[in-house]
Design a protein. Structure first.
Length: 127
């Protein structure tokens, strides 16, 4: 068993599950979405991006692209959350929460594509 591949797959699946956990719940209900889970999903997604650097295969490039998309959407969602808490006069409105969850949903889709690509790459490996 290749320890490096296990760690790589672990972080990819962890990014997916953390993002999914944040995404679940009512779209406009702040109580259903934990800020720490969004933070953890963002950090783990960034770790996945770093782990994907250096792979010079076509599938590796696609996996890096999906990871960059997930990072971008999670970072923007975090910025919107920070704006809603710190700068907005109305606080966290249902519109802001819906935007955050929608961006998280886009990142979730990118993470699903990344996991599918990981499975395809695993199937293509010959012993």
């Amino acid at each position: 068993m290749n320890r490096e591949k296990v760690i790589f797959a672990f972080f990819i699946v962890l990014a997916l599950t953390l993002n999914f956990g944040f995404f679940l719940g009512e779209f406009d209900e702040i109580a259903h979405h934990n800020v720490y889970e969004l933070f953890a999903a963002t950090i783990v997604s960034m770790i996945c991006t770093v782990l994907k650097f250096g792979d010079r295969t076509h599938i590796g490039a696609l996996m890096l692209a999906t990871s960059l998309v997930a990072d971008l959407q999670l970072i923007v969602a975090s910025i919107i959350w920070g704006y809603g808490v710190q700068m907005s006069v109305d606080g966290m409105t249902p519109e802001l929460v819906s935007s955050i969850v929608s961006l998280s949903g886009g990142a979730l889709l990118a993470n699903v594509v990344s996991v599918v690509l990981l499975m395809v790459e695993t199937i293509m490996v010959r012993r």
